[in-house]
Write a protein that binds this ligand. Structure first.
Ligand code: TNX
Length: 549
């Protein structure tokens, strides 16, 4: 892909950004009040049962009933189930802050009558889909049933959106915590629903990653790929090669966002994500885009000399791993081994394969065969960017499709040979693309794949991107956020939100439930929620945002 044509990243002050938003609003004439914190659900009101993103499979409201969470309520979890307890702990943790209630988590024998909220694992009658759940709301109780851990977490995410907007508040709020009566029966279209953060180009501290995890879990994203190593940075401590993080983590684009996670911090992120239903998938580029590692150890370079760290914007000419050198694989063996140990719940490790033009096909085959064997030795399957399909044997491999017209035939052959696909279309799901061509220009983001409006992020289907790719090979979707142009949390969130919600719905909802008009209305209702959660989302003029957005 041609990232070379992009002008150098510019820092953006908050004032400039607010001006841009104001201009966009003025141009389109849409009425946007960004001052109030949102009070959509006063006492007596309930959120309609179908006002959920991503759209559930089936919703039946029971207008005659509604549940109100009282201060003495308990959250019940199926006795003896670690998973039900984990989901109950998550829900209690989410609700305690805004309600100010104690909400003790108590175990309940299967089949026991409970009042309050109950999370029931097993016997849900929701079929084989591990993400499936059923939510029942009556005057007396809310019950979430699922057969698997994942399903319970998905039910919790739905319930969160059915409570008043103030549920997202970091402070105690005085409202009636009511939920509309009825039933939702729901399951995901795809099991793999991922976001990606490029912490290599610009480092994102652990608190930032955790904040993103909080937002992702609200929309049933269940994987977070962390792009831990690229030319501009190596972002995680490797105990057996300590200089990788010490030296390789001491850089960042324009020297602005540097750093790395210690192993304790990284393990803490993995744990934090898992407690919110999200699996961290580690990603390390290769054999190109590896300047940070090469700057850390002279012996990883073909000429035995370490280059200085790299803080430029485009791919480094010097970031090329030495494919025939044993040190390369000794390093990758240790690094992948340590990463694999720290990510026990991930089936995959992402091993790159991007932008290897100029390499010989035989060399790439040699490299990926070795790296795949290393990953397998440490219990992981491999996930690689589209171009890697030419070099990776399809068994136990997943490919991230990002564009057509590069190696379409090879992608289809890989799929027919058993490779799985994570659809990551740069024209729809790359959250680092600008929203529009408005002038003055939206101040952050890339344009090499075009601009991506919310509608463009919404109107696509994973099985219609590449003609001839068998639908059965598609296991899911990803929305990456590459960070060459992105400095700090405000800019990051403005690119991610609200487009992430569009991609989340593409990955979750049945194709027939995907309808822009319906999505636009449900998305608009998320405005006050995102505002309440202090998310710096983009008030795009495409959406008719309500007061409090
Ligand atoms: C392409 S598509 C990349 C990344 C850049 C991104 C910027 C792909 C696999 N790689 O290296 O960060 O464009 O949008």
């Amino acid at each position: 892909m041609n990232v070379r044509a992009i002008p150098p990243a510019q820092r953006l002050s908050r004032r400039v950004k607010l001006t841009v938003l104001a201009v966009v609003v003025a141009v389109t004439g849409s009425v946007v009040t960004a001052t109030a914190w949102g009070d959509e659900s006063g006492p007596g009101d309930v959120v309609p049962l179908d006002r959920v993103v991503p759209a559930p499979v089936s919703v039946k409201a029971n207008e005659g009933q509604s549940f109100e969470l009282e201060s003495d309520a308990a959250i019940h979890a199926t006795a003896g189930s670690k998973d039900a307890k984990a989901a109950a702990d998550l829900l209690a943790g989410l609700l305690r802050k805004p309600t100010g209630f104690e909400l003790p988590v108590q175990s309940a024998e299967p089949g026991a009558e409970t009042s309050g909220i109950a999370l029931v694992l097993g016997g849900a009658g929701t079929g084989k889909n591990p993400g499936a759940y059923k939510l029942d709301v009556s005057d007396d109780s809310v019950t979430i049933r699922a057969n698997k851990r994942e399903g319970l977490f998905n039910g919790v995410a739905t319930l969160r959106q059915l409570l008043p907007v103030q549920v997202e508040s970091p402070e105690v709020k005085e409202v009636a915590w009511k939920v509309q009566g009825g039933q939702i029966v729901d399951q995901p279209r795809y099991g793999y629903r991922s976001a990606m953060v490029d912490v290599a180009r610009n480092f994102m501290p652990a608190e930032g990653v955790k904040r993103y995890i909080d937002q992702l879990s609200r929309y049933k994203i269940n994987k977070l790929q962390l792009h831990l190593a690229d030319d501009q940075g190596w972002r995680v401590e490797i105990k057996s090669w300590p200089k990788a993080a010490e030296i390789g983590g001491s850089s960042g684009i324009n020297g602005l966002s540097k750093g790395h996670y210690t192993q304790d911090q990284f393990k803490d992120i993995v744990k934090y994500a898992w407690a919110r239903g999200i699996t961290i998938v580690p990603a390390v580029e290769g054999p190109d885009h590896m300047h940070a590692a090469l700057a850390s150890y002279a012996k990883l370079n073909c000429d035995g000399k370490a280059p200085k760290v790299y803080e430029g914007y485009i791919k480094s000419e010097e970031g090329l791993m030495c494919i025939k050198d044993a040190d390369t694989y000794a390093f990758l063996d240790d690094a992948i081994g340590e990463l694999a140990k720290m990510t026990p719940n991930s089936e995959y490790i992402q091993i790159g394969g991007d932008e290897t033009q100029g390499r010989k096909a035989a060399d790439l085959k040699y490299y990926f065969k070795k790296v795949k064997a290393i990953a397998a030795k440490h219990g992981k399957k491999v996930l690689g960017w589209g171009e890697a399909a030419n070099s990776l044997a399809p068994k136990d491999t997943a490919i991230q499709y990002w564009a057509s017209g590069i190696n379409d035939k090879e992608l289809i052959t890989a799929a027919k040979g058993g490779a799985k696909f994570v659809m990551t279309p740069s024209k729809h799901s790359y959250l680092d693309m600008k929203y529009n061509k408005a002038k003055p220009e939206y101040p952050v983001g890339n344009t090499w794949a075009g601009t991506i409006s919310i509608k463009q992020a919404y109107e696509w289907s994973p099985d219609k991107l590449l003609k001839g790719l068998p639908a059965s090979s598609i296991q899911g979707i990803e929305a990456p956020l590459w960070t060459e142009t992105v400095f700090g949390p405000d800019q990051f969130e403005n690119l991610a939100f609200p487009r992430l919600l569009a991609v989340a719905e593409v990955g979750w909802s049945p194709e027939k439930a995907q309808d822009w008009k319906s999505f636009e209305q449900r998305l608009a209702a998320q405005g006050p929620r995102l505002r309440e959660a202090r998310v710096n989302y983009y008030l795009s003029p495409e959406i008719n945002w309500p007061d409090g957005s």
